[in-house]
Design a protein around this ligand. Structure first.
Ligand code: ZN
Ligand code: ZN
Length: 244
């Protein structure tokens, strides 16, 4: 499975990157995690005629702002997946005129994960995380690999359950090493300790909060800090691709 990090910033775009979106190229389908501004790169990555499943963690704008480019994906067999009625209803408030065309106008389906999970060509689990609004982490089981996607989240039991025994844990790293994790977000040490306890194989740090991570050097320091607690950590830049 090929994984491309389309957006690695948190909150807003700067010269360090676009906001959160991760692209998984699997044998049977494309899976996209969040539609932050990095999601604009998706059309250029669609080389084959495969269904696209877009999972939204929550509806903070840095995770959904690029939905407004969905007219480019009209009739591309795209399904947007959220957790629960509340997220689905709130998303419909955003995906409507005058802000953007509705899902129906674009021939795009919006499904609650419970409605669709048994019909997907891979297994998915979801975990409610600690954040200011309802937010869910997704665990994707595909091609004998497990990818856990945990952002945005503060410290909680479920982020550990999400990451448990994953091949790749994509975790948020909003705060600087000298900022304590809280009910909303994590710092590099907290992310690394979760990865260690969860026995994940590889940790990717993304969602670097744009106001405090204003240089790539600060990301390097975060990586250095996380590496003290969990060696197999990396911090991808926008556009980086790995194969697991
Ligand atoms: Zn965010
Ligand atoms: Zn958020």
């Amino acid at each position: 499975m090929e994984i491309t990090f389309l957006g690695t910033n948190g909150w807003f775009d700067t010269h360090t990157g676009a906001t959160s979106s991760v692209f998984l190229n699997t044998k049977d389908c494309y899976i996209v995690l969040d539609a932050g501004s990095g999601f604009y790169k998706v059309p250029s990555l669609l080389k084959e005629d495969k269904p696209i499943f877009l999972f939204l963690s929550h509806l903070h704008l840095d995770h959904i702002c690029a939905l407004q480019m969905l007219p480019l994906l009209k009739n591309k067999n795209l399904t947007i997946i959220v957790v629960g009625k509340e997220q689905k209803e709130n998303l419909a408030k955003f995906m409507q005129l005058p802000f953007m065309p509705t899902a129906k106008m674009l021939n795009i389906e919006v499904k609650e994960v419970e409605e669709i999970k048994n019909k997907l060509p891979f297994k998915v689990e979801y975990y409610e995380l600690a954040h200011a609004v309802k937010t869910f982490g997704y665990k994707i089981f595909s091609e004998d690999k497990v990818v856990a996607y945990g952002l945005d989240s503060g410290l909680c039991e479920n982020i550990l359950n999400l990451a448990k025994d994953s091949d790749l844990f994509i975790c948020e790293c909003s705060y600087l090493p000298n900022q304590d994790p809280d009910f909303n977000h994590l710092n590099p040490k907290a992310a690394a300790l979760i990865a260690k306890e969860a026995k994940t194989k590889l940790l990717a740090l993304i969602h670097f909060k744009a106001d405090v991570y204003d240089t790539f050097e600060k990301r390097d320091l975060a990586l250095l800090e996380a590496g003290k607690y969990f060696e197999k950590t990396f911090a991808p830049y926008d556009g980086d691709t790995i194969t697991i």
